[in-house]
Design a protein around this ligand. Structure first.
Ligand code: AMP
Length: 372
């Protein structure tokens, strides 16, 4: 069982997958799609980059399209909760892509933009709604969304919901969902709180695990450069003189740090943009769009803003600062080498970051080669 033909997916979806150039399912798709098509609940231990979006999107589309019913005003047939606006937009565009021709209507709601258009959208009824928790809860409390028609619920990136302080909102939303539904929970890690939530939320779930994080890490060529803090801007500009570095994601610790890096790069005539929480939704989407289209070479991001960014051609990740949490290093370098591609991760380490580097190496059980 190694190709998509072995799943009972609708022909238009098979075409969409072929058009996307997917030749075979990723391990999580291989393990998750069959039980999901049978209607089972599922716990997926997987991070972005493993192909988990298609693993849940394909069975949901298949289910809703095979059993077409009228979605009433303000009702939803499938709900996908995800922590960030970028992830929500990406999931929605994947749904639209895989679901082309199925005549299912999907929509996305998240904070930071006007309520009114989202309320308008809800009026017609939505087959698949992708949402971040805060805004969804607002719309629910105002009576714009109801769940009697809900068939499938996906809680995506559950551990990140916890990290970002959304778990209370998530629980409030769950309390309003009907008991009878198919439920999927995805999380890269299983902290105690999430494991507890899973036991109350899921009924006899199948548990699937994507290739462990180490495999992603192994696919990335990693290097560390020891450098004085003041010399980091120059080192970055020098590295970027190499025009073979085409799509580069640079991580900084802070929002201001990201803006500073963009200013330095501007001075060196290198096209770049920053995405972080202080930017408007429009500015973030524009930056991401230009990066994806290859109009800018360098995207500078903080950890939270970059979470889940899905730009498949990212070739290089540069850690301008090392992250405080070593797990973030794994997430960061996982932005490259996605879905089987290879990538390079270069980390700048100044004296104050030596301890952070040690913690990272302990976590990944690998001594990152030093480049001079
Ligand atoms: P995800 O983990 O859902 O964010 O997906 C990561 C990346 O893998 C996205 O760019 C997908 O378009 C891509 N992808 C998903 N499934 C496959 C597949 N079966 N073959 C190749 N690429 C895939």
């Amino acid at each position: 069982m190694t190709d998509f033909n072995s799943f009972d997916l609708l022909p238009s979806m098979m075409e969409a997958l072929a058009h996307k150039g997917y030749k075979e399912p990723t391990p999580i798709q291989l393990k998750a799609i069959p039980p999901l098509l049978e209607g089972r609940d599922l716990i997926g231990i997987a991070q972005t980059g493993t192909g988990k979006t298609a693993a849940f999107a394909l069975p949901i589309l298949n289910r809703l399209a095979r059993n077409k019913i009228q979605t009433k005003a303000k009702r939803v047939r499938a709900l996908i909760l995800t922590p960030t606006r970028e992830l929500a937009s990406q999931i929605d565009s994947n749904l639209k892509l895989y679901g082309k021709g199925l005549q299912l209507f999907s929509a996305v709601v998240f904070g930071g933009v006007a309520h009114r258009p989202q309320i308008q959208t809800m009026i017609r009824g939505i087959d698949i709604l992708v949402a971040t928790p805060g805004r969804l809860l607002d719309l629910m409390n105002e009576g714009h969304i109801q769940f009697e028609q809900l068939e499938v619920f996906v809680l995506d990136e559950a551990d990140r919901m916890l990290d970002m302080g959304f778990i209370r909102d998530v629980k409030k939303i769950i309390a309003k969902l009907p008991q009878k539904k198919q439920t999927l929970l995805f999380s890269a890690t299983m902290p105690e709180d999430i494991a507890r939530l899973a036991t109350t939320l899921l009924k006899d779930p199948v548990r699937v695990e994507a290739t462990p994080q180490a495999t992603t890490v192994e696919k990335v060529e990693q290097k560390v450069r020891f450098i004085e803090r003041a010399k980091k801007p120059l080192l970055l500009a020098n590295l970027l003189k190499d025009s073979s570095l085409k799509s580069v994601l640079v991580f900084t610790r802070t929002k201001h740090g990201a803006d500073r890096v963009v200013r330095h790069l501007e001075q060196a005539s290198i096209s770049s943009a920053a995405i972080h929480g202080n930017k408007s939704q429009g500015a973030r989407e524009r930056a991401l769009g230009s990066f994806r289209a290859g109009k800018i070479r360098v995207l500078v991001a903080t950890d939270i803003a970059a979470r889940g960014i899905d730009v498949s051609q990212i070739g290089h990740v540069i850690n301008y600062n090392l992250p405080d949490d070593p797990k973030s290093y794994v997430h960061r370098i996982g932005r490259t080498a996605r879905a089987g591609r290879e990538g390079v991760a270069i980390s700048f380490c100044d004296e104050s970051e030596l301890e952070l580097l040690k913690n990272i190496e302990k976590l990944i059980k690998y001594n990152i080669p030093v480049e001079r």
